[in-house]
Design a protein. Sequence first.
Length: 383
Amino acid sequence: MPEPLTLCFYNEGPPHKRGTIPRHVADALERRGMRITYGDESVEPDVYIFEGVWHETRYRKPVIIRAENLMDAATKHAHCYDRGDAIVFNSEWLRRLYRNTYGSELSNVWVIPPGHQMDRQVRVGAPDPAAPQILCISKWWKRPYKRFPLIARAFDHLNRTLGYPNATLHVLGWLTDRPMPYLEVPPILWNLPEAVRRNPNIRYYHKSFHNDTYARLMSQAHLVVHLSAVDSGPQVVVEALSQGVPVLIANNMGAAEWVQTIGPRAGVVLELDPITASFDELRRMIPVESPTDLAGRPKAPRWQRAIRAVQEWPSQRRFRRLCGDTRAYREVALAMKGVLDRYAAHQFEPPRAYTMDGIADQWLAAVRSVAPERSPVHEPSIR
C-alpha cells in the first residue's frame, strides 16, 4: 500500500489559525489520511499549498496556489497568480475577477468552495417556521460592506410589519453581547431608527463565540442572510448550504453561483449590486486600502496614512453610503417573508460538493493532479 502524501500548507512552521479556510482544508485532508505539515524544516513534502503569495522553500516540489480576495493594491501586487502548478479559486466569480485583472491564468485551474467548520451534519430536520430563527455573521467594524444595517432594518420590518412577530435575528461575530455602542456615540456610522437598534428580537453574540454556539444556532436556523456587497466565497453561506439551510444573499459574490446550481430551493439571490468583474471595478465599489501589508506590518507611517485618508475622503464617503444604505430594506424583508411563507418549498438535500467531505474530495483531486511520482532523491532548492 503506498504511503500517504505529505502536504505542506506553508506557513513557515506554525499551523494556520483555526477558523481559516486553509486550516479547515488541512484538517479535512488529514482526516483522509494525508500527512499535513506547515513548514519544511524537518519533513520533505510532496506538494506545497500557498495562500496567495510565493514562498522560498527548502525543496523544489509542485505548488498549488489558493487564490485570495483582491481587496487592496498590496494583495493584487503580491499574489502569485501565474506561478505554481495549479490554482484553486473559491468560485467562478473570483476566477473571472483574476482573469480580467491579470489577463491570463494557469492551465491547471480548480474551482472549489471554501473549507469551513461544518464538517459534520448538525441539522436534524426542518424546524417549525412559526417562530423563525434567522442567522447572519457581521463583523461590521472590520468588513462594513457586509451591510448589517440593511439586514437589521429588513428584519425589523419583517418582525413588526410583515407578520413574523416571533422571529429572531441572531447576529454572530459582534464585538459585544448587546447592540454595538458605536451605533450610538459620535460618529454615528449607521443611521438606523431607534426602534431597530433596540429591537429585542435581534440578539448579538460576541465575536469570540464558541463554535458549539454557532453549530447550535445553525442547526435551528430557518434562513441565513448574507448581503455583502462583494464576497468571493462566503464561508457562512457554504456552511448553510452544507446543512440544507436556505439562504438570502446579494448577487455580487461567488455564493450566487452555488445557489443557482442547487436551484430555487436553496434560497434567493437579490440583484442589489453591479457585478464586479475586475480589480478596477471592485476598487470603485470598495475603495478602502488595508492599513497593513500582507505580513501584518504597517504600510506607512501614521502621518502618511492620515494624509491619504484626507485625500481619499470622497471615496470613503461613497463607501460609507454603500455600507450604510438601507433603502432596499422592504425588498429584503419581502424576500425573507417569501422564503418563510413557503418554507416547505425550500427544503433540500445538501449537495455533497458543499459539505467538507465533498470539498476534501475536490482538493484531493487537485493535489493528485500535480503530485509527482515518489522518488528517493531529495532535490533541495537554493535559498
